[in-house]
Design a binder for this molecule. Structure first.
Ligand SMILES: Nc1ncnc2c1ncn2[C@@H]1O[C@H](COP(=O)(O)OP(=O)(O)OP(=O)(O)O)[C@@H](O)[C@H]1O
Length: 365
C-alpha cells in the first residue's frame, strides 16, 4: 500500500495542504505544535477510517471552519484508487471511493496502515485492557468472524453481569445463567483460539525483529495468561470445554462477587526480555523497542494476509531510540514499505535513504 497524493482542507491546523509523498521513508520535521501529528492522523484516517487520536471526529475540523476534506490517491497491489472524506457543518462524515459514495465499513479493510504513537507504549507498561484491545483491533481483526464473535461475546457478558448484579433473583435465574454461560463459552473460546493462533504466528517474527533491533543482545518472548486453564491451546473444543468447566467451578464465586470472572475479557499478554517481565524491569528504550518490534511483526502478518505491506506511521517514537537500535532496523527499511516518521529534528545517522519535509504552522516546505 502506498499513499501517492494527499490533499487536505481544514484538517485541524492544516488549512490547505497538498503533498505527493515519497514511496519509501518520509521524515516529517518541524518545531512543536506545527502540525506533524495532524498530518500523520490525516493519513491514518484516510487509510483506516479512524483517528489514532480521537473518536470525536468533529474535533478534526479546523477551528472556525465549517467543513473538512481529505482526498487521497492510493496504490494497492498495483491498482490506484482515490479515497475522499468530507464533513460539512452539522452533518456526518461522507466517504467516497473513486468519486462514488461508499459505506465506511466497506471502504476500509484492516491492514491498510499501522500506526505507532507514544500512547502505544502503554501496550507494555499499561493495564491489561490496553493489551486486549491491541489483540482485538490489530492482531486478530482480519480473522474471519472475530469482530462478530467479540460483539456477541460482549453483548452476552453485559447481560450476564446485569443478571449477577440483580438483587432479587428472577425466576429461572439459574437456567438463564446457564444459557449465558453456554453462549459465552461458544463465542469466548473462538476469541481465545483466534488470539492464540495469531500470537503463535507472531512469536517467531517478534523474536527475530527484536533481535535485529537489539543487535542480537536481547531476547524476547511473550506469554498469554488466561483465566481458563489452557491445556491444548490450538484445539477449539478443548478450550470451550475448559471454559465451561471453569465457569462451573467459579459459579458460587461469580454469584458472590456479582461479576463474571472467567473469559477472554480477563486475559492478558505479558512480554519478557532476557527472561524479565518487561512491565517492571525494562527501560523506556527497551519498552519502545518491544512495541516497535510488535508493530513491525504485525506489518509482516498483514503482508502475508494481503500480499502487500501497509503504510507505517510513526509519531515521535523512532528517533528517540539510540543509534545502534535505529541501525538494527536497516532490514525493515529495505522492504517495499512506505513509512512516515515525525520528529522535531532530522536524524544525524539515519540507517537508510529518506526524503524529508518540514512543516511550519500547518504548511509544508
Ligand atoms: N481542530 C483544530 N483546529 C485548529 N487547530 C488545531 C485543531 N486541532 C489541533 N490543532 C492545533 O494543531 C497544532 C499542531 O498540532 P500537532 O499535534 O500536529 O503538533 P506537532 O507538530 O505534532 O507537535 P509536537 O512536536 O509538539 O508533537 C496544535 O497547535 C494544535 O493546537
Amino acid at each position: 500500500m502506498f499513499l501517492k497524493r494527499l490533499v487536505l482542507v481544514n484538517f485541524r491546523n492544516l488549512e490547505d495542504l497538498s503533498w505527493n509523498p515519497h514511496r519509501g521513508i518520509n521524515i516529517i520535521t518541524g518545531d512543536n505544535a506545527q502540525g506533524k501529528t495532524n498530518l500523520l492522523e490525516a493519513i491514518n484516517f484516510c487509510t483506516s477510517g479512524a483517528s489514532f487520536r480521537t473518536s470525536r471526529e468533529r474535533e478534526m475540523v479546523r477551528q472556525g471552519a465549517d467543513f473538512l476534506k481529505i482526498n487521497s490517491l492510493m496504490e494497492k497491489n498495483g491498482s490506484q484508487y482515490e479515497i475522499s472524506v468530507e464533513m460539512a457543518k452539522d452533518s456526518k462524515l461522507e466517504f467516497k471511493l473513486n468519486g462514488l459514495k461508499q459505506v465506511k465499513n466497506k471502504l476500509f479493510q484492516p491492514g491498510m496502515s499501522v500506526s505507532f504513537t507514544p500512547s502505544d507504549l502503554d501496550l507494555v507498561r499499561g493495564n491489561p485492557a490496553g493489551r486486549r484491545r491491541w489483540m482485538d483491533a490489530e492482531l486478530c481483526c482480519f480473522e474471519a468472524r472475530y469482530i462478530y464473535n467479540m460483539q456477541n461475546y460482549n453483548r452476552v457478558l453485559t447481560q450476564k453481569n446485569n443478571l449477577l448484579r440483580e438483587k432479587i433473583k428472577t425466576s429461572g435465574y439459574n437456567e438463564i445463567l446457564e444459557t449465558f454461560n453456554t453462549q459465552l463459552a461458544d463465542y469466548g473460546s473462538r476469541i481465545i483460539h483466534a488470539r492464540l493462533s495469531q500470537l503463535g504466528r507472531l512469536s517467531s517474527m517478534l523474536k527475530n525483529v527484536y533481535r535485529d533491533i537489539t543487535s542480537g543482545k536481547e531476547d524476547i518472548y511473550f506469554k498469554y495468561f488466561s483465566s481458563i486453564p489452557l491445556v491444548d491451546k490450538l484445539n477449539l473444543n478443548a478450550i470451550k470445554k475448559s471454559f465451561l468447566d471453569t465457569m462451573m467451578e467459579k459459579n458460587s464465586e461469580e454469584k458472590f462477587k456479582r461479576q463474571s470472572l472467567v473469559g477472554p475479557h480477563r486475559d492478558d499478554l505479558n512480554f519478557f526480555v532476557n527472561n524479565m517481565d518487561a512491565r517492571h524491569f525494562c527501560s523506556r528504550g527497551q519498552q519502545r523497542s518491544i512495541v516497535l518490534a510488535l508493530k513491525i511483526s504485525v506489518i509482516n502478518v498483514y503482508r502475508l494476509e494481503y500480499g502487500e505491506y501497509p503504510v507505517l506511521l510513526m509519531d515521535d517514537v523512532l528517533l528517540e531510540l539510540d543509534e545502534s537500535r535505529q541501525a538494527g532496523m536497516t532490514g525493515l527499511f529495505e522492504l517495499p514499505l512506505q513509512v512516515f516518521i515525525t520528529s522535531t529534528a532530522l536524524p544525524e545517522n539515519f540507517p537508510a535513504d529518506y526524503r524529508a519535509v518540514k512543516i511550519t504552522n500547518g504548511q509544508l516546505t
